[in-house]
Design a protein around this ligand. Structure first.
Ligand SMILES: Nc1nc2c(c(=O)[nH]1)N[C@H]1C(S)=C(S)[C@@H](COP(=O)(O)OP(=O)(O)OC[C@H]3O[C@@H](n4cnc5c(=O)[nH]c(N)nc54)[C@H](O)[C@@H]3O)O[C@H]1N2
Ligand SMILES: Nc1nc2c(c(=O)[nH]1)N[C@H]1C(S)=C(S)[C@@H](COP(=O)(O)OP(=O)(O)OC[C@H]3O[C@@H](n4cnc5c(=O)[nH]c(N)nc54)[C@H](O)[C@@H]3O)O[C@H]1N2
Ligand code: SF4
Ligand SMILES: [Mo]
Length: 713
């Protein structure tokens, strides 16, 4: 039998056809009729099958015993205990005392995405964290500052673009991020086939760089200087082309003044990108009708992620590639999360709250994830004493995860809503495992809104869940009702009744009806491969949400951050040239920290290796297969060495999401391919001070040879 649905493992949301014989999934292939993915599939899709049948995946709630082990308990016991302990912690320690960390899979999970809103409200925590601040926060901040809404996220119209300039993204491996565009190889090939060009700026000659027309090494963390140099060139060479936005932008003169000091001839020594490259590409950008500048993780999680993301938006606006076909456009989703946000008064906010210990800025009610450990291990009023994690693994995914790992056992109570006992959840007192993948219904509320083509697709579950299982949204709404009722049974009953009416399916239906195409859930569900709603269309200035309807080109927070960039620039010029810096790397068969329990995904060459340039290796007496000791301010790990000139001199690359050797982890396949955690090296003290985003790239490290050890790579 065949079951059509969306792959929920990454942002590409590929249409898949799952082959099954009732209870057993037997295979997965790309759905050729899906209007967005058109049959494309990556190797990770096999995890949909493998993890479905994974014997380590939890089906029953677990409770920690006095001896420190876990025992299975029934749902009523687990949920009642959780609600009681959370309410108790809140009473004892106040709204800051209970923290809530929300991980990445939530965005790929309709029920969790919706359920966490109500749960967050019921928990009333003033200590919220998510993977946003180790990822795309600076892009959302730029949207909020310039377009007035954190979810008005511009995406490259790759299918009509003739010059695609990429800063710090590797879509051939990541399959695209803040750019839902399955099959990027095909789409990039198409740009080149129509005579267009692809240009990549990356400290590593990545899989994407290899298929591009041009690749330029850029020193990690220096993109803001390259981008400022491009803005400088736009002004200096008279390349401003505002087109129909000429009367919709503000602060053009402020921007011009700010960019003055960043002549490409001055930035090249530190960035490694020559002035001639900057000038030539800036001219090409301004002179190409359909062009886009796009940036992702590589520019986001650096010391100047905020400035870099702002400057990328600015460049597109300045050169006439904002909201124009082939440029950076906006999707028009059938169910519009941004519109719902506006309706609820949630356009986003910045700097309204500050973290207790170091005063780091909050974004949309969240504090930087890099602050979580110190909020737990620093005594005082407002100290975090209880924690809820939902679909997150911050021990492996946030900077200085080892510090968090040391802090978690001190919590009075911790609950994890998660299908695995992993590096983070093993510290929980209660683990509540939800349904997974094909077991639940699905609609990509977030990713249709980031897609390079407007489509809509509803996925039914393969069968109703077992009576012994709970969906994420059921777990969340149950806990919400118990917490919000505060012991009043009548109230609790009323809240449960409301939740049983306003199910995720019902909410999607309402949002579709209210959306621009006036669809219904039934209409979308009638097309199991999805509904095609056409290419992206221009929507601005109509959808701008800024108060005055203008696009400010120089918002205050960025202007105020320029002196910090200037100071850093001066110090970088004086830098010791032998100092290595660490960057990350994603693998095609790896999915953040939680795909490694699939046998088919971990087989083959070792994933967790340190890549180092031949000259840097030689200077340290390192050869292929040696084990290197990599040390940073916060920690030290050992990894096998791969000597390769694909990384630029002075840069080493280690993937994140590994390090499954930790005691108590119940993921047998992953533990047998443990690797080490890059986030035992990244530094929780190093934030993009302006935005509060984590710094995961450009981390200073030393690398030495581990005596007597070799490894097979
Ligand atoms: N050094 C370094 N660190 C990084 C990055 C990097 O590039 N370099 N990347 C960062 C990025 S971009 C991200 S998004 C973060 C991710 O950071 P996190 O979201 O904290 O971590 P994940 O590895 O995605 O772990 C997801 C967790 O969700 C669970 N899970 C999976 N599916 C479901 C589900 O349907 N429901 C529930 N309840 N749980 C589920 C998994 O078992 C796992 O425990 O990591 C960041 N960390
Ligand atoms: N296979 C696979 N796919 C994934 C994931 C996964 O873990 N595995 N994770 C998913 C998630 S959560 C996300 S957010 C996306 C991320 O999607 P992408 O951002 O496309 O993926 P990355 O591989 O992190 O790409 C970042 C690139 O930036 C480069 N880089 C590092 N530092 C710098 C710098 O300072 N400047 C510049 N210009 N470049 C730099 C790195 O070498 C790398 O090639 O991928 C998603 N897709
Ligand atoms: S690219 Fe791979 S993991 Fe991502 S949605 Fe498509 S099949 Fe799934
Ligand atoms: Mo991410």
């Amino acid at each position: 039998m065949e079951h059509h649905r969306a792959c929920h493992l990454c942002e590409a949301i590929c249409g898949v056809v799952i082959e099954h014989d009732g209870d057993r999934l037997t295979g997965v292939r790309g759905d050729p009729d899906d209007p967005l993915s058109r049959g494309y599939l990556c190797p990770k899709a096999t995890a949909l099958v493998d993890l479905h049948h994974d014997p380590d995946r939890l089906k029953t709630p677990l409770r920690r015993t006095a001896g420190g082990d876990f025992e299975p308990v029934d749902w009523e016991t687990a949920l009642a205990l959780t609600a009681e302990r959370l309410a108790h912690a809140r009473r004892q320690h106040g709204p800051r005392g209970v923290a809530f960390y929300v991980g990445n899979p939530t965005v790929h999970n309709l029920g969790a995405l919706l359920g966490m809103q109500a749960f967050g409200a019921a928990l009333k925590s003033h200590n919220r964290y998510s993977a946003t601040s180790v990822d795309q926060l600076p892009k959302m901040l730029a949207s909020l500052q310039m377009y007035g809404h954190q979810l008005l996220i511009s995406v490259p119209d790759v299918d009509r673009c003739d010059l695609f300039i990429v800063f710090g993204a590797n879509p051939l491996v990541s399959n695209g991020s803040l750019m839902t565009a399955p099959g990027m190889k095909r789409r990039l090939d198409a740009i080149r086939a129509r005579g267009g060009r692809v240009v990549v700026f990356d400290p590593r000659r990545t899989e994407t760089a290899r298929v591009a027309d041009e690749h330029h090494f850029v020193r990690p963390g220096t993109d803001a200087l390259v981008l400022f140099a491009m803005v400088h060139t736009v002004f200096e060479e008279g390349l401003v082309r505002l087109g129909r936005f000429a009367h919709h932008v503000a602060d053009l003169d402020t921007l011009r003044t700010l960019a003055r000091e960043f002549a490409p001839e001055r930035t090249e020594a530190v960035t490694g990108v020559s002035a001639s490259v900057v000038r030539r590409l800036t001219r090409a950008l301004a002179d190409t009708g359909r062009a886009a500048v796009y940036g992702r993780m590589g520019v986001s999680v650096t010391d100047f992620g905020g400035l870099s993301n702002w400057l990328i938006e600015v460049l597109n606006v300045l050169t006439g590639h904002f909201d124009e076909p082939g440029g950076m456009m906006f999707s028009s989703p059938a169910a519009d999360l941004a519109a719902v946000g506006t309706l609820l008064g949630q356009r986003g906010s910045f700097g309204r709250i500050r973290s207790r210990v170091r005063g780091a800025p909050g974004f949309s009610g969240e504090l930087p994830a890099a602050c979580l450990a110190e909020e737990i291990d620093t005594p005082g009023d407002g100290q975090v004493r209880a924690l809820v994690t939902l679909a997150g693994n911050p021990v492996l995914s946030t900077p200085n995860g080892a510090r968090l790992e040391r802090a978690l056992p001190s919590l009075e109570f911790m609950v994890s809503i998660d299908p695995y006992v992993n590096e983070t959840t093993r510290h929980a007192h209660v683990i509540l495992p939800p349904t997974f993948g094909v077991e639940r219904e699905h609609y990509d509320l977030a990713f249709h809104g980031l897609a390079v083509r407007n489509t809509a697709r509803w996925s039914d579950p393969i069968r109703p869940r077992e009576a012994s299982q709970r969906h994420d949204w059921e777990i969340l709404s149950d806990l919400s009702a118990r917490l919000a009722a505060r012991g009043n049974p009548l109230r609790e009953r009323a809240l449960r009744a409301a939740a049983s009416v306003l199910t995720p399916a019902r909410i999607v239906d309402l949002a579709l009806r209210a959306g621009p195409y006036r669809l219904t859930r039934a209409k979308v569900a009638a097309a199991p491969s999805g509904v095609d709603l056409g290419a992206l269309v221009s929507v601005m200035p109509g959808r701008l949400q800024t108060r005055d309807g203008m696009i400010p080109l120089a918002p205050r927070c960025y202007v105020d951050d320029v002196p910090r960039l200037r100071a850093w620039w001066a110090s970088a010029e004086a830098r010791d040239p032998s100092q290595l810096v660490l960057i990350g790397r994603r693998g095609l068969r790896s999915n953040n920290s939680w795909g490694h329990n699939s046998v088919r995904l971990v087989k083959g060459p070792v994933g967790c290796t340190l890549r180092i340039h031949p000259d840097d290796a030689k200077a340290r007496g390192l050869a292929q297969g040696d084990v290197a000791v990599i040390a940073s301010r916060v920690g030290e790990v050992r990894a096998p060495v791969e000597v390769s000139d694909e990384v630029m001199r002075g840069v080493v690359s280690l993937p994140h999401g590994w390090g499954h050797h930790r005691e108590g982890v119940r993921m047998r396949v992953a533990a047998a391919h443990a690797g080490v955690s890059a986030n035992d090296l990244t530094d929780d003290a190093a934030l993009d001070a302006m935005s509060g985003n984590a710094v995961l790239n450009g981390v200073p490290v030393t690398v030495t040879r581990a005596e007597g050890a070799t490894a097979s790579v």
